[in-house]
Design a protein. Structure first.
Length: 470
């Protein structure tokens, strides 16, 4: 069986592959970091806040001097940031002004099935759909993005992604950096054609035939909030950075240069129990990490780079901070952040196995779960509402695995119990030939959801499965 021995077994399995830009790569740290606009509700009443997001094309200057046509929410990339509140119903109307069907998913949302963005719940051009998010969940950095079956890779690549921040009273009571010093950073790689347009491998209208990029598409330009290798001017103070890896297939190993500590305070599912000081932080596609970086040890005029130890050459850089002023800082990192219930494996009603491997698909190669390509409507697991279950996930090559609806905790990696306090995740990276056990409880809603690989090329080439909470 896959995953039981070393990775040499998978030597022939395609890995993510660099797609070089034809446009010249811009010099780093020349453009200021953009911060996505905060979406304004169109209406708010006793029951909910209502937002409109219009998917449309827009011409932006991403590479200096060139024009890039993006297809994004409200014609921006990243889309507007939605700032929502735990327990406060939020209704998002998405209208499709593009020339292709779309589906919007709130990643990390504890969402009823009809609003979750099931991959075939298509919104046709010229039509719209209302998503209702009860947000019966704790504060966390979430994001929304396209989820159209077989086309998520190109549609996210072209711009359909944005932040969705959920706040709550517990988090607000903490003295964390806030306001101007709480900044979402969407990190993603892209490639550009000579004329500046987004460059993505051409693909037939059939999944499974996109070789040689079936292992995943890596861009050679690293964007943060849509700008190539930007610079942010900061004060000598603490900053909260909400890191999101929105890349199709690239994983990052983030660190500060010339050194410094990244203090992680939150994960996919919100606050950790206690801050975690790190010298490097790995972020697979779709994962988030809320971190605090303290620039007070630096002098005015100092540069601090956010680097990617997993990348080479230009892809080893991400962005730069320029410390340019002193500023009063009342923030602090409390020693206790939150309480996270540890799910008890002894309470698990059952353990299910899922193998993530490559295999044949429509006469080509694709990505399968338990040997089967995605078939919408074919239910691969029926957990009961309220039940705790253990899911044992096994990989051939690396797969960032994401469950809709149910946040989970990592129990073990290759049989080794995870030490340390529990944390809530919605995406976990299986490295080459690994077995990762996760434990979760299915709460809130009955209905049909998906689990899939968040390497978007793998997802589009069928590495997805339905489960139904019954
Ligand atoms: Cu971020 Cu099913 O997706
Ligand atoms: Cu995968």
């Amino acid at each position: 069986a896959a995953g039981t021995s070393g990775c040499s077994l998978f030597a022939g399995t395609p890995q993510p592959r660099l797609l070089p830009s034809a446009a010249p790569l811009p010099a780093p740290f020349r453009v200021p970091l953009p911060v996505p606009v905060i979406a304004k509700p169109t209406r708010t009443d006793g029951a909910a806040d209502y937002y409109d997001l219009a998917q449309r094309a827009a011409d932006l200057e991403i590479l200096p001097g060139l024009t890039t046509r993006i297809r994004g929410y409200d014609g921006s990339f990243p889309g507007p940031t939605i700032q929502a509140r735990s327990g406060r119903r939020t209704v998002v109307r998405v209208s499709n002004g593009l020339d292709a069907p779309t589906v919007t998913h709130l990643h990390g949302g504890h969402t009823p099935p009809e609003s979750d963005g099931y991959p075939t719940d298509l919104v046709q051009p010229g039509t719209r759909r209302d998503h209702t998010f009860p947000l019966d969940q704790r504060a966390a950095t979430l994001w929304y993005h396209d989820h159209r079956m077989d086309y998520t890779g190109p549609q996210v690549w072209n711009g359909l992604a944005g932040f969705f921040l959920v706040g709550d009273a517990e988090e607000e009571a903490l003295p964390l950096p806030a306001g101007e010093r709480d900044i979402p950073l969407m990190i993603c790689d892209r490639s550009f054609a000579a004329d500046g347009s987004m460059h993505y491998p051409g693909f037939a209208d059939r999944p499974g035939v996109r070789e040689p990029y079936m292992g995943g598409v890596l861009g050679d330009v690293i964007l943060v909030n849509g700008a190539p290798w930007p610079e942010l001017r900061v004060a000598r103070a603490r900053y909260r950075l909400r890191l999101l890896n929105a890349s199709n297939a690239r994983a990052y190993e983030l660190s500060l240069s010339p050194g410094g500590t990244i203090v992680q305070i939150g994960s996919d599912g919100g606050l950790l129990t206690a801050p975690k000081p790190l010298s490097r932080l790995r972020l697979a596609p779709a994962e988030r990490a809320d971190v605090i970086v303290d620039f007070s040890a630096h002098r005015v005029g100092d540069h601090v780079e956010l680097r990617n130890l997993a990348g080479e050459g230009p892809q080893a850089r991400v962005m730069r901070f320029l410390v340019d002023r002193a500023e009063k800082d009342d923030s602090a990192i409390p020693r206790t952040l939150s309480v996270v219930e540890r799910l008890d494996p002894a309470k698990a009603r059952m353990t299910r196995d899922f193998e993530f491997t490559s295999g044949s698909l429509h006469g080509g190669t694709g990505w399968l779960i338990n040997g089967r390509p995605y078939a919408p409507g074919r239910i691969e697991a029926r957990p009961r509402l309220g039940d705790v279950e253990i899911w044992r996930l096994t990989s051939d090559v690396a797969h960032p695995v994401h469950l809709h609806l149910a946040h989970f905790q990592v129990l073990s990696v290759n049989g080794e119990r995870q030490a340390g306090p529990p944390e809530w995740k919605d995406t976990v990276e299986l490295r080459d030939a690994q077995t990762v056990e996760i434990i979760t409880r299915f709460t809130g809603y009955r209905g049909r959801y998906v689990m899939h690989c968040h390497n978007l090329e793998h997802e589009d080439m069928a590495m997805m499965a339905d489960f139904e909470v019954v």
